[in-house]
Write a protein that binds this ligand. Structure first.
Ligand code: SAM
Length: 349
């Protein structure tokens, strides 16, 4: 079916939704996306102005019990040096991050059973008591509802857990059989009910992904209504079963960022490191397409190159101060300004 692209974009701007047919056309159409980007930028400025929020990312362990086929830190990869950081090391990163103006710390890692619920709660509690003006975001995978409740009670207020793909058949091609989209969704709804600000999302151009899968992702996000949505291109990793697959493209990722901004005007949407990896100006382009969050790396430089989710990941050599300065320049050059606040999602009146 053929549609007038600029009319579709206008309709999405006004109504925040399109039919499956219309979405398919918009996702697959390769004509200029300038109008789409102009309207997504307009929408983002209506709600968030030119503000870009920073999240200091601490990748505190690369040990993982899972074996996701796309991921460089999957348990079967014997070709990496594993590490885990102590509570003291994590707190040191927060100290540095706080001095650099970060007011959100994202603790991300593989699913590493060394960090029991007691340990996670102790870490969250120490970060919150040292920096009561900061938000703590966890991104440590699938847990029981009881565990999530404990993290929340300890002071964590946000949780990132990409759903990866909402289509069960596609999910099964990206993950080993012991993982399921049902459990992933259960986690996301539990987190939401407990009161976390929740982030879901998916990789763009992951192996076997079809337009239908992407439409399923958008429909799932409409059902979940997450405060944060993280998408970035799939990038192959040489020591995974997906080493021979093509990377996701800059073009499709930017188009989807703009579509997400128009469907979810209030969402916090990062311009990801993966986007900066597929294109040297990828993160700036992501901001102009509708993203409003950047997640600079706060992990100590000695561990950076060990958290290799995919090949050629950028920012593995720079220290935290250098990352901060570099991002400040990039955000300014893209026409936006960095804000050093907790940066909660705005709520619709
Ligand atoms: N274990 C936690 C989880 O599962 O949510 C957090 C860490 S996990 C490595 C963080 C994210 O990295 C995943 O949600 C996935 O989308 C992304 N990722 C992993 N491998 C990737 C790849 N090859 N290309 C792009 N993104 C990738």
């Amino acid at each position: 079916m053929h549609f007038d692209k600029s009319k579709l974009v206008q309709k999405l701007f006004e109504t925040r939704d399109l039919s499956d047919e219309e979405l398919r056309f918009l996702i697959e159409n390769n004509e200029s996306d300038e109008r789409l980007f102009a309207l997504s930028d307009k929408k983002r400025r209506e709600i968030y102005g030119d503000e870009v929020y920073l999240r200091g990312l601490i990748e505190f362990t690369n040990i993982c019990k899972n074996d996701c086929l796309y991921c460089g830190i999957r348990r079967s990869n014997k070709n990496i040096t594993r590490y885990r950081m102590s509570s003291q090391q994590i707190l040191k990163c927060c100290e540095l991050g706080h001095a650099l103006g970060y007011r959100t710390f994202v603790l991300q890692g593989g699913e590493d059973s060394f960090y029991t619920d007691d340990i996670i709660c102790e870490i969250v509690g120490s970060v919150k008591s040292a920096y009561p003006d900061c938000a703590v975001t966890l991104s440590i995978g699938e847990k029981s509802r009881e565990s999530y409740q404990r993290y929340y009670n300890a002071g964590a207020e946000r949780y990132l857990l990409r759903h990866e793909t909402a289509s069960p058949g596609h999910y099964a091609r990206l993950h080993p059989s012991e993982m399921s989209i049902e459990n992933r969704k259960r986690c996301l709804f539990d987190l939401k009910e407990i009161g976390f600000q929740v982030g879901a999302g998916f990789m763009v151009g992951s192996p076997y992904q079809s337009t239908e899968n992407i439409i399923d992702d958008l429909r799932f996000l409409q059902q979940l209504r997450p405060e944060m949505i993280g998408i970035g291109p799939f990038i192959s990793h040489k020591d995974t079963p997906f080493s021979g697959f093509e990377n996701g493209t800059l073009e499709l990722t930017l188009r989807l960022l703009a579509i997400l901004r128009l469907c979810f005007p209030f969402a916090l949407i990062p311009s990801t490191t993966a986007l900066g990896t597929v294109d040297p100006k990828g993160r700036e382009k992501g901001l102009r397409a509708g993203a409003n969050v950047i997640m600079p790396n706060l992990s100590p430089t000695e561990v950076r190159d060990k958290y290799m989710l995919y090949d050629n990941k950028i920012c593995t050599g720079d220290n935290a101060e250098e990352c901060r300065g570099c991002l400040e320049r990039r955000v300014k050059a893209a026409g936006y300004s960095i804000v050093t606040s907790k940066g909660d999602a705005r709520k619709e009146e």
